[in-house]
Design a protein around this ligand. Structure first.
Ligand SMILES: Nc1nc2c(ncn2[C@@H]2O[C@H](COP(=O)(O)OP(=O)(O)O)[C@@H](O)[C@H]2O)c(=O)[nH]1
Ligand SMILES: [Mg+2]
Length: 406
């Protein structure tokens, strides 16, 4: 399952964002996923479901469909404790950094209102420096990657005799989801392709880690607390200074309040929508009315949305370039073998082919794969076809009696 880690300094709103993003799950999960570890939860990415276009009543199993929007579960991790020198193991630094290593992408939350100081303590709004806060955390992670390389240096030198430095570097970083092609790209960007690894200086290792980080962990910077008056100016600075990253504006607290109000039946709100409806004005207390008015004025009218659902979607569809693909076994009815219409949707990687979809569904399906059919047209897909967003695909397999003996 796709995994996002929420990182950032203390008090920026990571846990608020985590709570908001995971609240929906209890209501809609009919799939067999749970997370038992603390700080690990299930959030969702969503896009228009194909059910409306096909005019069918779907019966989702691995995902959910709300008002014509398909919600696919993703794992989300709240990573606290990225304090200064976390990479040296300060606090519980290393444990938290390892949690980050599992992630496919990062949500880097920053207090755009500038209400925290350098150490993450709450201070006067407007006094903090969000641009520096983002850099502090990035440097901490880069130092941690450098430290892993340094620790593995003797092994890399020893084993590269039989392989290559590139391959051994890649092996030493597989735990944080680094692939050989990532290493090759970072070497070029750091201008280290021509410099043999044994000659690297500590600065070279750090530069390499700096280039590698955005490649292995695509990151969305979330400018949070946009409801506060001091946030607007900082948002512009963040966009300007961190022009290499995507910066999104959000209010985690507003999203949490709206999702809670929806859950308790006070309002009707689907995550990511621009509006919400009050169910019964008379049931609201004065405080609740005030809170709703605050969110309407400070967040929804100004930014159209709270920004949380868009952030999750941006990570999956833009930064990680995933495609939502629907496997079916009856292409005429768009159903599985039991008649469930559009039961599953998967977030496939950009260059994935139908065989990869087969593998995602079941290893046996991939072993007996012959060809794939586009369910919309009923036509056979070319051999080298790469899956597109919103494809509906039937996998044809050879019958067991025809299967080659293994
Ligand atoms: N005004 C405002 N406050 C927020 C927002 N998000 C979080 N906070 C507040 O910021 C403080 C720290 O939040 P928390 O989620 O515990 O931060 P963490 O340390 O990064 O996990 C809490 O008092 C939150 O209520 C927001 O969007 N707007
Ligand atoms: Mg927290």
């Amino acid at each position: 399952m796709l995994t996002f880690a929420i990182i950032g300094k203390t008090n920026v709103g990571k846990t608020t964002l985590f709570n908001a993003a995971t609240l929906l799950d209890e209501e809609i999960s009919n799939y067999p996923f749970t997370t038992k570890e603390p700080n690990h939860g299930i959030a969702h990415v969503c896009d228009l479901c194909v059910c409306r276009e096909l005019d069918v009543e779907d019966a989702p199993i691995n995902s959910a469909c709300i008002d014509g929007w398909r919600y696919i579960p993703v794992k989300i991790i709240d990573v606290p404790g990225l304090v200064k020198e976390a990479w040296r193991g300060k606090g519980l630094g290393n444990r938290f950094l390892s949690a980050l290593g599992q992630a496919d992408a990062l949500i880097h939350v920053v207090d755009a209102s500038g209400s925290i100081d350098e150490e993450g303590k709450i201070s006067q709004p407007g006094s903090g420096n969000p641009v520096q806060d983002v850099m502090d955390i990035e440097i901490e992670i880069e130092l941690w990657i450098s430290h892993i390389i340094d620790r593995n240096r003797p092994n890399i030198m020893r084993d590269a005799v039989y392989t290559s430095y590139e391959e051994e570097l890649s092996k030493s970083l597989t735990g944080i989801k680094t692939k050989p092609e990532h290493i090759a790209k970072a070497l070029v960007e750091a201008e280290l392709s021509e410099k043999p690894f044994p000659n690297w200086t500590p600065e070279d290792t750090l530069e390499f880690s700096h280039r590698l980080l955005p490649i292995i962990k695509p990151t969305l910077i979330m400018a949070n607390k946009m409801d506060l008056p001091t946030a607007e100016e900082n948002l512009e600075k963040l966009i300007e200074y961190h022009s290499h990253s995507l910066v999104a504006a959000c209010s985690a607290e507003a999203e949490l309040a709206l999702r809670r109000a929806d859950k308790s039946g006070l309002i009707r709100y689907s995550p990511g929508q621009e509006t919400f409806q009050i169910v019964d004005e008379d049931r609201l207390t004065i405080d609740q009315k005030k809170a709703i008015q605050y969110i309407e004025e400070k967040v929804m009218y100004r930014y159209m949305r709270t920004g949380i659902q868009q952030a999750l979607n941006t990570l999956a569809f833009k930064l990680l370039r995933r495609n939502m693909v629907y496997p079916v076994s009856n292409e005429a009815k768009y159903s599985d073998g039991h008649g469930n219409i559009l039961p599953d949707a998967h977030l496939m990687e950009n260059e994935d082919q139908p065989i990869d979809l087969a593998r995602t569904v079941h290893s046996r399906l991939a072993e007996n794969f012959i060809l794939a059919i586009d369910a919309r047209t009923g036509l056979r897909l070319p051999k080298d076809y790469t899956l597109r967003h919103r494809d509906i695909v039937k996998i044809m397999t050879q019958k067991r009696s025809q299967a080659k003996p293994s």
